[in-house]
Design a protein around this ligand. Structure first.
Ligand SMILES: [Zn+2]
Length: 437
């Protein structure tokens, strides 16, 4: 919802991003290099992005998944990784991040292989696009993004001192969308926080409903997803009535009603609830406790350590996390697509690790562990048109996460990370000296 102004205000940061990514180290020896780039992961429980295969073998060749099967024959000379008792998952997709600094390295360190930016500087998109289209080894997560967000002068998103291009009227909507697509935006994010709509909201001016609708129509005319930031029920209703493809938060001001459920189902909308950050901004965050988890602490970069333990300065009292949990449960039960998003690096969250937290929050809301895993794999890939991602199936990019235990019944096991692969290459997890006393 809000973004650390400290992170954003670093003016030189944006300019430095291109050099930063080009300077990233390449991974060392590629696994299977001696066997034609092929290896097999044998005997794991496989969550394929949609369902659980109790025991299967996955064959990877040249960065892609070649075959999946219970009794798959492994070609001679192919390296074998024995994985009985463990669970193999698609690399996770975080559907709501803000990528600055070491964000994409930090995300990959926790098995998040694809990130969806919901406001960031478009300059980095040009640097990152070739990487996400390539199967060459990389040491950071792939990134898709809205680039800038649509807001009015002085509106939410402008408080960080970045040159956000703003608009105020429906007539400006189509040119604004065209300018974003020309910059490389993959989809369009719109901020809709009108005053006087079911309770006191953030103290910002907002786009009006006709301008929001014109933005959505211009985006859909270009066959791209149009997503809307809301925090309250009535603006969320207006956004769906205006044709939004999805909401990138769930409202947490007042209880969901039958009319909203019917609207969301009828429009085929998706919702990215961002429950962990809502709890944090409401003053009920769990980031500091998570930072002490022995499966987490050694792998936190300085940025992650700082943002995960950060306490919000001005908590938003109109947000009631229990209302957001209940809305999420009822939306999921009605068949609305739920996507897992962390909104990192807002206070109380951190890249990568907070997506695991969000999965636990989705289960707390009432999703099954498998439904939560779908929300971080195949569902975002389908809703954002991400090719070759979010599933373990022949032809898919070999972005993989191997964990001990069984997150399909105990969602907390996603943090028991044993191995990560990006584009079929093993990721050497970075360990940092824990800075907690
Ligand atoms: Zn956000």
């Amino acid at each position: 919802m809000r973004i650390s102004s400290k992170l954003l205000a670093a003016g030189g940061l944006v300019a430095a991003l291109a050099a930063f990514f080009l300077a990233l180290p390449e991974p060392g020896d590629r696994q299977g290099a001696a066997t034609g780039g092929a290896f097999a992961i044998r005997g794991a429980r496989v969550f394929d992005g949609e369902q659980v295969l109790p025991k299967a073998t996955v064959l990877v060749r040249d960065g892609r998944i070649e075959a999946v099967g219970r009794n798959l024959e492994i070609p001679a000379g192919v390296a074998i990784i024995e994985a009985a008792g463990r669970t193999l998952l698609p690399g996770l997709i975080d559907s709501h991040v803000h990528a600055w600094g070491s964000a994409l390295v930090d995300a990959l360190n926790f098995g998040v292989t694809t990130t969806l930016g919901m406001f960031g500087d478009p300059a980095m998109l040009r640097e990152l696009k070739p990487h996400r289209e390539s199967l060459a080894p990389v040491a950071f997560a792939d990134h898709f993004s809205s680039g800038w967000l649509a807001t009015v002068p002085g509106g939410h998103g402008t408080q960080f001192g970045l040159p956000v291009p703003t608009l105020t009227t429906p007539a400006e909507a189509a040119p604004w969308v065209e300018a974003r697509l020309a910059e490389g935006s993959d989809y369009i994010k719109i901020v809709y926080e009108p005053k006087g709509a079911g309770g006191l909201g953030p103290p910002f001016p907002s786009l009006d409903a006709p301008t929001m609708q014109a933005l959505i129509e211009a985006t859909k005319a270009r066959s791209r997803p149009a997503v809307v930031h809301i925090s309250r029920l009535e603006p969320a209703r207006t956004a769906l009535e205006a044709g939004a493809d999805g909401l990138v938060h769930v409202f947490a001001d007042r209880p969901i009603d039958e009319a909203f459920l019917a609207l969301a189902v009828g429009r085929g909308a998706f919702v990215t609830p961002t429950l962990a950050v809502t709890a944090s901004i409401a003053g009920e965050g769990e980031g500091a406790a998570l930072a002490l988890d022995p499966r987490v602490a050694p792998f936190l970069s300085p940025d992650q350590q700082r943002t995960l333990t950060q306490v919000v300065q001005h908590r938003l009292a109109f947000l009631n996390p229990a209302v957001g949990l209940d809305a999420t449960r009822r939306l999921a039960a009605a068949g609305v697509d739920i996507l897992a998003g962390s909104d990192a690096p807002n206070p109380g969250t951190a890249q990568g690790v907070s997506l695991h937290h969000e999965l636990a929050m989705l289960v707390r809301a009432g999703l099954t562990p498998v439904e939560a895993l779908v929300a971080a794999t195949s569902a975002p890939a389908r809703r954002f048109g991400l090719q070759e991602r979010g599933r373990i199936a022949p032809g898919m990019r070999a972005d993989l996460l191997l964990v001990a235990g069984d997150p399909t019944t105990d969602i907390g096991a996603t943090l028991d990370i044993e191995r990560i692969w990006k584009n079929g290459a093993p990721v050497e997890r970075r360990r940092y000296t824990p800075t907690t006393p």
